[in-house]
Design a protein around this ligand. Structure first.
Ligand code: SAH
Length: 333
């Protein structure tokens, strides 16, 4: 697929053609210009050549059918992964990648182990949402939510991610409400600062995973550059400006960060009515010796948070059998 040439390809056409083309792509979700019968045959041929709509992808459906992972081949041959999660309440959430690979090297994450290749263009992030929009159209459904929690660090591709957010939000395009879009960052402070001034209702999530610098630096090397205290300061400034809730993602890995000590430490730094903790059971990646926490440990951890009146939830685990769960995106065959 190549949307970047669309404007150029339609340059010599009357203005309304762009509107028609956008409608065909983003409202009717066509995957071949031949379906755009309101265009002349020659224009359709030209568009198919210069801005093909075909998405090269292979998909896997989880046993429970509630999640689908797709691996898209980009123009230059790089592979990225995205997942559709079909919630019981009717939400259809697409988790998109923002980079090919990731430079952050978090020890628990499969993407971090593949290294960083390049940033994604807005059209390449959009392509992931279009893929699932086309898929859902068959059953009369739509993508309702988008999370930037796939491969990559969204705030290291800030401008392209924001352009994408505006396209997702655009009534003429996807018309997905800002409140239904979430961006997760490992704590890139400049990104959080810029994001505070966007005037958007998009949700912010912080990958926390440890309540102190010592353990956090061990798990997430980026913590050495952006230490916890500075990240929390940036988050608090964000809250001051936006008065919006912030989600803190906390992986539960057996004996690493799931002890009573860490739960107590976590509770100490989460005492703010606009913070909430999202516990994620560690998903095995095959790259390390980490294990998910035991059921008993998870319960104890949650009991401590409850006792300390911390607002928290546990993330539903979608697509583990197809390696489509958090941290399992590696863009490999
Ligand atoms: N770079 C961004 C977004 C991508 S990761 C960030 O760090 O927030 C999306 C979420 O999945 C993050 O909270 C990440 O830490 C988490 N994650 C990574 N590896 C995981 C694993 N193996 N199991 C469960 N969650 C994981």
């Amino acid at each position: 697929m190549d949307l970047d040439n669309l404007k150029i390809a339609l340059e010599n056409e009357p203005k309304y053609r762009i509107k028609q083309a956008k409608e065909a792509i983003f409202k009717n979700f066509i995957s071949d210009w031949d379906k755009a019968t309101f265009f002349s045959v020659s224009l359709r041929e030209k568009l198919n050549k210069e801005c093909p709509l075909e998405i090269k992808a292979e998909s896997l459906v989880s046993k429970s059918k509630d999640s689908i992972k797709t691996r898209i081949t980009l123009k230059d041959g790089f592979l990225i992964e995205s997942v559709l999660m079909r919630h019981k309440d009717g939400r259809n959430t697409v988790c998109v990648s923002s980079q090919v690979g990731c430079p952050l090297e978090c020890t628990f994450c499969a993407t971090g182990q593949m290294g960083f290749k390049r940033n994604l263009e807005p059209s390449e992030i959009i392509e992931q949402v279009l893929f699932f929009s086309r898929y859902l159209k068959k059953s009369g459904k739509k993508v309702t939510n988008v999370t930037f929690m796939g491969m990559g660090e969204p705030f290291l591709n800030y401008d392209n991610v924001m352009k994408t957010v505006r396209m997702l939000n655009d009534k003429e395009l996807f018309n997905i409400g800002a409140r239904n879009i979430s961006i997760s960052t490992a704590g890139i402070i400049e990104g959080i600062e810029k994001f505070s001034n966007e005037g958007l209702q998009v949700n912010l999530a912080i990958s926390l995973h440890a309540p102190n610098n010592e353990l956090r630096s061990e798990l997430m090397p980026i913590n050495k550059k952006y230490p916890l205290g500075k990240v929390m300061e940036a988050v608090n400034n964000y809250i001051k400006k936006t008065n919006r809730q912030v989600m803190f993602e906390y992986l539960l890995t057996k004996d690493i960060n799931d002890t009573i000590y860490y739960a107590t430490e976590l509770a100490k730094i989460m005492k703010n009515p606009l913070y909430y903790v999202n516990l994620i059971l560690y998903n095995p990646t095959g790259h390390n010796n980490f294990q998910p926490s035991t059921t008993d440990r998870v319960k104890k951890f949650k009991d401590i948070l409850s006792k300390k009146k911390i607002i928290f939830s546990q993330r539903f685990r979608f697509g583990e059998d197809i390696k489509a769960a958090c941290g399992q995106f590696a863009g490999k065959k």
